[in-house]
Ligand binder design. Structure first.
Ligand code: PLP
Length: 381
């Protein structure tokens, strides 16, 4: 006999409202991707599923612009991709230089600490890109550093750092580079091979416009070598790449590790097929064009940006809340009256900025127009 009862007829199937998502993620998910996720669930070792996994890896290599064999989606949100990089690449006692210019750099520091590493923080102000000069100085002061970690696109501030320059500094000092490209992948150029990035992780729900919960990662041979040469086992069983790889690259001998999120992977496959159909360079151009249109409209409304033009992310527009405007009340009105979600400020920028995402499917003229009309309506005295 069950001892807990529930008023079943009172709780109906959940019908979410239809929103326009222009915050820091998730972005609008095209119906085509939702439809792909509704296809029949099959076994995760079914040959048909395994074939789909191989295509998914090839599509991700295109998105990351890499030939890395070890490129696959980790089962978990971007934070799990982040953690996968740190728990595999950092051994107890390892010194890691971590660039911190916003929320996500701070999380990287915490990841290094929890993996038993010794983080060396290179701080830049929120809203500024990472200063490569400070990174160079940090390597001079800590020549034994084993890795450099940085966020390419800081979603908390809207600033983009020079990933190519940072990776080159790490390489010159014999350290691995670990890049967070959660918000940049698919939105602005991410050239893993051309930039010499050793390990990168991203997320499904930002510029790829899939649902949240998957984290594409890519490791080159130098990074794989580092994992193989570890003296201590990876303390996370789930994220240990030595084990995960038996599942994702078993070459005919795939072994069970965990049950992959089958239907969400159909969705990511579809999202990447759409990216390939569009052409990644056209996706970058579309994000840029959407940003230009939004920027022109915001200027007409007298709204300014947080980040200097040269480091501004087209897909994450951090804007100053106009003088006298009530942050929370206006965002509530946007949601209730316009079904529009924009992002609040985080940390030191809370209450001072809004973050308007133009990510993936949300980077289109209809969204820009809707957002500008809604902002104008709620800001009008
Ligand atoms: C969103 C985001 C993450 C975390 O991704 P989740 O899917 O929310 O876990 C990490 N880094 C950056 C830069 C992000 O924007």
């Amino acid at each position: 006999m069950p001892t807990i009862s529930i008023a079943a007829p009172a709780i109906q199937p959940f019908q979410p409202p239809r929103r326009t998502l222009m915050g820091p993620g998730p972005s609008d998910v095209p119906q085509r991707i939702l439809d792909a996720m509704a296809r029949p669930t099959i076994g995760h070792l079914d040959p048909a599923f395994v074939g789909m996994m191989e295509e998914l890896k090839a599509l991700l290599r295109y998105a990351f612009q890499t030939g890395n064999a070890l490129t696959f989606p980790v089962s978990g949100p971007g934070s799990v991709g982040m953690e996968t990089c740190f728990v595999n690449l950092v051994e107890p006692g390892d010194k890691v230089i971590v660039c911190s210019n916003g929320v996500f750099g701070g999380r990287m520091l915490e990841n290094v600490r929890r993996a038993g590493g010794r983080p060396v923080a290179v701080e830049d102000a929120w809203g500024e890109p990472v200063d490569p000069g400070k990174v160079e100085d940090a390597f001079r002061a800590h020549p034994d550093a084993k890795a450099l970690a940085f966020v390419h696109a800081e979603t908390s501030t809207g600033a983009q750092s020079d990933a190519k320059a940072l990776a080159a500094i790490a390489r010159r000092h014999g350290a691995l580079s670990i890049m967070d490209c959660v918000t940049s992948l698919g939105g602005t150029p991410v050239l893993v091979d051309a930039w010499g990035i050793d390990a990168a992780y991203s997320g499904s729900q930002k510029c790829l416009s899939c649902t949240p919960g998957l984290s594409p990662v890519s490791f080159n041979d130098r990074a794989v070598e580092r994992v193989r040469a570890r003296k201590t086992p990876v303390q996370s069983w789930f994220m240990d790449l030595n084990l995960v790889l038996g599942y994702w690259s078993g070459e005919g001998r795939r072994t069970y590790h965990h049950t992959a999120p089958i239907n969400p992977l159909y969705g990511l496959h579809e999202a990447l097929v759409m990216l390939a159909e569009e052409g990644i360079e056209h996706a970058w151009a579309r994000h840029r064009a959407s940003h230009e249109a939004l920027k022109a409209g915001l200027e007409r409304l007298g709204i300014g940006f947080v980040v200097a033009e040269a480091a501004r992310l087209p897909q994450l527009n951090a804007i100053r809340i106009p003088e006298g405007a009530d942050d929370a009340a206006l965002r509530t009105r946007l949601l209730q009256e316009f079904n529009l979600e924009i992002g609040a400020g985080l940390g030191v920028l809370a209450g001072r900025i809004w973050r308007i995402g133009l990510m993936g499917h949300s980077a289109r003229p209809q969204n820009v127009d809707h957002c500008l009309r809604a902002l104008e309506a709620v800001l009008r005295p």
